[in-house]
Design a protein around this ligand. Structure first.
Ligand code: MTE
Length: 307
């Protein structure tokens, strides 16, 4: 769509976009609570995130490793290219649409989407299906709390998440390596489980682009590919959503993707993992160490069939 500028505004009166973004960034960085006219919500205060008990006793992965060894195919196919290509992913402004089986659908900026819930810091393990893992201090809000305000109906059995589709900002989407945009899904009780986190930050600061800025999912008891990055749409649905890796290779990547040392991936054993930054491999725990919190969600399911 071509949007024309009214002829009575002189070019010199228009604030260049870069300057506008810098000003807004400055307001956010200063933690200013003054709302600009028409501005949506208060800035996110990463330094004030509430500390939680999650992750006590775990050695946190270095910020350098967590931000330079990434899977984000939209920013490149190997581990180092997401960081190299991160500048392409401009994340302001950003809006997230929440729709489908709910009474109050809407489109909101990230700050508004999370308000009024306090940000929490949660140190979670992240286990990739490729056999490596990290321990990351995420900053975010439990997903269930965010979903509540949209008032899902009784038909909302599943929740689908969609990544931004924009080959300018996500240059990896210029190549058809996956079916774009990246989509993921959870059953509603998984999505509203207190462990599921909608993250906006890590290591006390906002998310770097390569880690899924400005907003990503973190589902710590599932393989990393469920933790979809750079989300623009959340949809409640009555039917199970399709998921990107399952579409690409259904015999290798299941919908459920619960971490399970007893069920090997066709190409990788899942019994052990290499914690990035450590020398010796360690044993992989059922549900990635969160069995006491989540095992009941799968009671009666055959986890070898529903992998
Ligand atoms: N989300 C999108 N949109 N695109 C991706 O390629 N990769 C997934 C997941 N989320 C991916 C994604 C995979 S395979 C993993 S292991 C985690 O992101 C990695 O998250 P990290 O780079 O922050 O460690």
């Amino acid at each position: 769509m071509l949007i024309r500028r009214p002829p009575d505004i002189k070019p010199s009166e228009i604030t260049p976009r870069g300057l506008y973004l810098d000003r807004r960034r400055f307001m956010l960085a200063a933690g200013a609570l003054i709302l600009l006219p028409g501005a949506a919500g208060a800035a996110l205060r990463f330094d004030g995130a509430v500390k939680t008990r999650w992750g006590e006793g775990l050695d946190v992965t270095s910020v350098e490793d967590a931000t330079s060894y990434n899977n984000f195919v939209e920013l490149g196919s190997d581990k180092s290219s997401p960081k190299r290509n991160a500048a392409a992913l401009v994340t302001r402004p950003w809006s997230v649409t929440v729709e489908g089986e709910c009474l109050k659908p809407g489109a909101l900026g990230v700050e508004d989407l999370l308000a009024p819930h306090p940000l929490e810091e949660r140190i979670y393990r992240l286990r990739c299906v490729e056999g490596w893992s990290m321990v990351i201090p995420w900053v975010g809000v439990p997903l269930g709390r965010v979903l509540q305000r949209f008032e899902p109906t009784s038909r909302a059995k599943w929740v689908e998440f969609t990544t931004l589709h924009d080959p300018q900002r996500l240059p990896g989407q210029r190549r058809a390596v996956l079916d774009w945009p990246y989509v993921e899904g959870l059953r509603i009780d998984e999505a509203t489980h207190p462990l599921s986190l909608l993250a906006v930050g890590m290591y006390g600061d906002e998310l770097p682009a390569q880690n899924g800025a400005p907003l990503r999912l973190v589902v710590p008891w599932k393989y990393g590919f469920k933790s979809i990055k750079s989300i623009v749409r959340i949809r409640f649905s009555e039917t199970r959503p399709k998921t990107t890796w399952n579409i690409a290779q259904p015999d290798e990547y299941g919908f459920w993707a619960n971490v399970n040392p007893e069920v090997d991936h066709p190409r990788w054993s899942q019994k052990k993992e290499r914690r990035i930054g450590q020398f010796f491999k360690i044993k992989t725990d059922m549900f990635n160490g969160y069995a006491s919190e989540v095992a009941h969600l799968y009671a009666g399911m055959d986890l070898a069939r529903d992998f």
